[in-house]
Structures are given as C-alpha cells and as structure tokens.
Design a protein around this ligand. Structure first.
Ligand code: CO
Length: 366
C-alpha cells in the first residue's frame, strides 16, 4: 500500500472513530479515556445526558414512546498493579477473562499518576526452560511487568503505585489495506462505535421511541454498569451491541461458535447470561431481510453480556444481543471487518425505526 492510499484511508471519519476508540486505554473501572470520547460524540446527538453512580453514560433522544435502551460497554480487559517487588518488578491483578497464555511477552501501558508508562510482560527464556516444559503454558501467577526500573524508588518516580490500571498496548491498524481492522479492545469498542454512529443518524432521522443510549462501565467484571444503568432506565426493550466470537480461525469448532468474519452482523440466540425474546429475534430477522443486510446467528456457552441485566430490570424486558463479529476477542490483537461494522449500524438504525408502541406492545404480550 503506498503512502497516498494509506493517507486516504486514515482520512475516513469512521476509521478515525474506530482508531480513537480502539486505542483508548480503559480497563474495567478505569473507563475515563473512553468515556471522554463517548460523551464528546453522544452529548451533541442527545436531548439529555446523565450518568449512573458507577460512571455509565446515559444519553436520551426524545421523551415519548417506548423506552428502548441501546447499550455498549466502554471497558476492556486489563489489570491493576498489585505489588512492587524489591527488585523493581510489578505484579498484576488481572481484570476480566484472560487466558493465562495471552498474558506473557506482551506490551502494556500503565496509567500512572504522571501519565502513561510503557511496560512489558516477560516470558521465560527458552535457553533456560527444561526440555519437558517447552510446550506447556505457564500460569498467570508467573506474570510480572518490567518497566525498566531497578528498585521501588525508580518505580515510584515513574508515578506508578499499587491499584494503577494496566491496559494492552496494541495500536490500531488497517490490516494491509484490507477491509479488516486490527486492534485491541474491539470487545466492546466496536459496539461503542456502532452506538455513536447509529445515535448520530437517528438524531436526524425519525423514530417512534424514547431512546436511551447507554455506554456502560465494568462489563468485563460482571455486567456491573449495565445493572446500575438498567435500574435507572427501566427499559421496555433492551438491545446490547457487542463484539461477537468468530469460528473461522484454524482449529475452531462450529459447535463452539458459528459466526464468520465478513459475513455480516450476528444476533445471539443463546449465551450463558441471557436468552433473547423470540418475537424480537423474529423482528430482527425481518428487518435485516427487508434492508438486505446479511445476518448471522450465534450460540456461545462461555459468554455473558449486558443484555442479561437489561432483561432483568424493572420487571423484565425483551432483549437481544446484536454483535459485530470479532476474531480473537480478549487479547491484544483482534480483527473486525468494516462491512460487518457498517451493516450493524444499518441494522440497529432500521430496527429502532421499526420499534413503535404497537410493535413493542406485541413483543411484551405473552
Ligand atoms: Co464485551
């Protein structure tokens, strides 16, 4: 790819938004850098904007019609500094569902009191690993961070203390000029980007609802922001927008996940935290068909999402989890597809335009 083509790509405002969101460092409980980006876009597109007591953003459009909540979470996987050793190493409490093997030999950013600090997790050197241990994965208890300091005083001088957040360091990239974008935190910054663009479109287009656009905190450690935000919103219908799980990498089994990258948005028919409302599933299918948007389905066992909390708030609500397929979630290097993203925005906008009082009443009639 030549420099001119690269510059053209980066001038695309959608790529700019995706890059901004993916590169922001916001592990669970430390979402401020992401919240800043979200509020900057959500505030001008909404009639009212407030926060729940945990820091989730709740932006409203309209004040009559069914209360529809559209949700994406701002937090990403990360960690917090636990301890500084006498030799200047740092240990880490992980935040969110990490595979132990994803933790070693990576670059990280520690968000200390004096600004970002670069760190790496070391890996055991092959030259000293016994033959019979060379194929085995090491446990997270062996993870440490190296910031180039030789003692606790040098660590302190960098502005780092126990409790400081740690995020993956893996900058956004358009993958070799393709429609696939590489980055960290697509779960769920891709959902945040869908939320922003769908919201901006519906500011100008007509819709029959009282919309609550919610960017939640602390999803990865137990759907905490979705719980508190849903209590305030009391949605009549809830739509979570998430990063999905693809099964196209070698070695992945179709019983584990069914989505493919580049084959369009998907809706979850099952995950370990919620079951979607069947009439809402049918409606999403119908809307996708009428808009000629390709639609996939997925059933994943080890996966929870914010719709589980919307589903249980205020006496209960029909919910659905709509996802942009992501290759390699919960790691430093994930991949999303641009067409999947654009189609998801189209699908969410069309769905919200269909959810009038009569339709919502029929979804809630049993
Ligand atoms: Co997620």
């Amino acid at each position: 790819m030549n420099a001119f083509f690269a510059a053209l790509l980066l001038a695309d405002p959608t790529i700019q938004l995706l890059q901004q969101l993916a590169d922001a460092h916001g592990p669970s409980g430390f979402e401020e850098p992401v919240r800043r980006i979200m509020v900057e876009r959500m505030k001008p597109a909404s009639d009212r904007l407030k926060y729940d007591g945990l820091g989730s953003v709740i932006a409203e459009q309209g004040d009559s019609g069914p209360r529809v909540m559209v949700d994406a979470h701002m937090d990403e996987l990360g960690g917090v500094i636990r301890r500084v050793t006498p030799e200047g190493w740092l240990t880490m409490q992980m935040l969110g569902g990490w595979l132990d093997q994803a933790l070693f030999d990576q670059r990280w950013i520690i968000l200390g009191s004096k600004g970002p600090v670069h760190a790496i997790t070391g890996i055991r050197d092959i030259h000293i690993v016994p033959q019979d241990e060379r194929t085995k994965a090491y446990p997270r208890e062996m993870v440490f961070l190296d910031v180039g300091a030789k003692d606790p005083a040098e660590v302190a001088a960098l502005g780092i203390a126990p409790g400081d957040p740690v995020a993956p360091d893996a900058p956004f990239m358009v993958l070799n000029g393709s429609q696939n974008y590489l980055g960290k935190a697509w779960d769920d910054r891709i959902g945040c980007a869908v939320l922003v663009l769908a919201m901006e479109r519906l500011q100008k287009a007509r819709h029959p609802n009282h919309l609550f656009w919610v960017a939640t905190v602390q999803e990865e450690i137990g759907l905490r922001g979705a719980h508190t935000a849903s209590e305030l919103v009391r949605p009549e219908v809830g739509i979570a927008i998430e990063g999905g799980v693809t099964r196209d990498a070698p070695g992945t089994h179709p019983e584990e996940a069914q989505e493919l990258l580049g084959h369009g948005p998907a809706m979850f028919l099952y995950d370990s935290s919620q079951l979607p409302n069947r009439k809402l599933v049918a409606l999403v299918r119908e809307v996708a068909q009428s808009q000629r948007i390709p639609l996939q389905t997925d059933l994943v066992q080890g996966y929870g999402d914010d719709s589980a909390e919307m589903q249980k708030a205020g006496g209960g609500a029909p919910t659905i989890n709509i996802v942009v397929p992501v290759r390699f979630t919960h790691s430093h290097n994930g991949i999303v597809n641009r067409q999947d993203f654009d189609h998801t925005v189209d699908l969410v906008v069309a769905l919200l335009q269909r959810l009038d009082a009569k339709t919502v009443e029929s979804l809630r009639a049993f």
